[in-house]
Design a protein around this ligand. Structure first.
Ligand code: 5AD
Ligand code: SF4
Length: 480
């Protein structure tokens, strides 16, 4: 769902501390001798961290008196919040910048996020109509940067990575009125050989547990029932305040905030994943029984070359903790095929790992060489054709596993949080605690988005479940 904040002031979807009410009005500002409307459009590419950064950027701009609009055409300021995790994602951004060459007059174009951090001022050469380039570690300075543009600077950049700050905003313009993201840690100190993130998002910075809990309580007070804790590696969360909490402590505490009935978290790094996280999930039904634990490869030799800092055996030990939990925990993962030097035998070890773990779902990718990363210089790059073959094999195997796992759920009752309706299918859509999409019929009326309902599963497909709402008496209300 997308909420466009109507008019001015504190609009629906705008959450924040009671200080600093958004200023009204959208008067034109001067820029390069032309007027620029104080309206902005923001488009997000990439991961949930980026999606949430865009919510915070939007909140920051609204607090400065800018108004969000749903199209580029209506906007004075156009923000692209970009992703560079794989080459394809990066190319998408440059393609998006192309068509506006002809009709950019009167608009300010800003490239923010990972491509901005990675490419820096080179973006001005490739897309001369861009005026602002800023990486995520510089978002706290965005209002200043806009003032610089408005007072006559032609181009501004924010590319420093040495900030100690986390991007905590007084206002966040959230896209979803029921489910909210909270960043608990920014940046990444791991140095996985294929990954640009340490270069684009800088070193790890954790927020204090007090500020995370305060945000969770504020969200619960505004009617949010689901929270997703975000970080590139949430498991290395360390409370910088005297409390000194680790991630398991924080997870437990957020799960105890009155009014919050679902807590998710992403992403976990297997090296830092501790058993106390499973104990916390077991003990508190508000913590969703889903863990995303990216393995990347089933071969210990390849994991070493990737600098992942764990072996296949260590990873499987963590899987065993989850399989032994009292509540069935859904396990999902990321897989990279065709890392430089990956032999056929090593690739088979990844296929074998899929059989051993029986993931509920995976994201799978062909290895994509990225600038600055150690893997870029490795010998034995795998051909594109071979990477495609391996990816297809991974996806076919995983599809068969999902068909089996989802068929096993037929007859069970799953609680869903209602997310909307698919008119083409004639089904309402919800999400289960185990993060499955469940399309359902509701014979007794119209469910409300955000409501929690019990659904009996009647069919399982490779990617989703289908079911029917239990009669009214069997349903629970959306409030704790
Ligand atoms: N090539 C392919 N996939 C990558 N990922 C990260 N970097 C690369 C890359 N260079 C994948 C990893 C990670 C997910 C977010 O993206 O699987 O977990
Ligand atoms: Fe990238 Fe590895 Fe950090 Fe994840 S843990 S963001 S894959 S460097």
């Amino acid at each position: 769902m997308f909420i466009v904040t109507p008019g001015c002031g504190t609009a629906p979807g705008l959450t924040g501390a009671p200080t600093g009410t958004a200023r009204c009005g959208t008067p034109a500002r001067r820029y390069n001798g032309t007027s620029v409307e104080k309206t902005f459009y923001i488009e997000t590419f990439g991961c949930q961290m980026n999606a949430h950064d865009s919510e915070k950027v939007a909140g920051t701009l609204i607090a400065q008196g800018y108004r969000q609009v749903p199209t580029v055409e209506e906007a004075g300021y156009v923000f692209y919040n970009t992703c560079s995790i794989r080459d394809k994602a990066e190319q998408k951004v440059f393609n998006r910048l192309q068509p506006f060459k002809r009709h950019h007059e009167g608009k300010v174009f800003a490239v923010i996020g990972c491509v901005a951090q990675q490419e820096g001022e080179k973006i001005f050469e490739r897309a001369p109509h861009v005026s602002l380039v800023a990486g995520s570690a510089s978002y706290t300075k965005l209002p200043e940067m806009l003032v610089q543009l408005e007072t006559g600077n032609k181009r501004v950049t924010g590319l420093s990575l040495d900030t100690e700050d986390t991007f905590d905003t007084p206002f966040t313009r959230r896209d979803n009125p029921h489910r909210a993201y909270i960043t608990i840690i920014e940046g990444c100190d791991k140095k996985c050989a294929y990954c640009v993130v340490p270069f684009t998002r800088g070193p790890e910075r954790s927020r204090t547990s007090a500020s995370v809990l305060e945000e969770a309580r504020r969200l619960a007070d505004s009617g949010y029932t689901e929270i997703q804790l975000l970080g590139q590696n949430v498991n290395s969360y360390r409370d910088p305040s005297a409390a000194g909490w680790d991630f398991a402590d924080l997870l437990d505490a957020v799960g105890g905030v009155p009014g919050i009935r679902r807590v998710r978290f992403t992403t976990s790094h297997p090296r830092d994943f501790v058993k106390r996280i499973i104990d916390a999930i077991d003990a508190n039904p508000n913590l969703c029984n889903h863990v995303h634990l990216p393995v990347q490869s089933g071969s210990t030799r390849v994991l070493g070359a990737m600098q992942r800092l764990y072996t296949r055996e260590k990873y499987m030990e963590r899987i065993a903790w989850m399989k032994a939990a009292r509540r069935p925990i859904a396990i999902t993962s990321d897989i990279i095929v065709g890392f430089p030097g990956e032999t056929e035998q090593e690739f088979q070890e990844t296929l074998d790992l899929l059989d051993a773990v029986q993931y509920d779902s995976i994201f799978s990718f062909k290895y994509s060489p990225r600038p600055n990363t150690p893997a870029l210089g490795l010998p034995d790059q795998i051909s594109e054709e071979e990477k495609t073959r391996r990816l297809t094999m991974v996806q076919e195997k995983q599809r068969a596993i999902q068909i089996r796992l989802n068929a096993d759920l037929v007859g069970q009752v799953e609680e869903v949080n209602v997310e909307g309706r698919n008119d083409a299918l004639g089904l309402w859509l919800g999400r289960t605690s185990r993060n499955r999409t469940l399309g359902f019929l509701h014979p007794n009326g119209e469910p409300k988005v955000g409501e929690y309902l019990d659904i009996r599963v009647t069919r399982g497909g490779p990617n989703a479940l289908v079911g029917e709402a239990l009669p009214a008496g069997g349903n629970r209300s959306g409030v704790n």
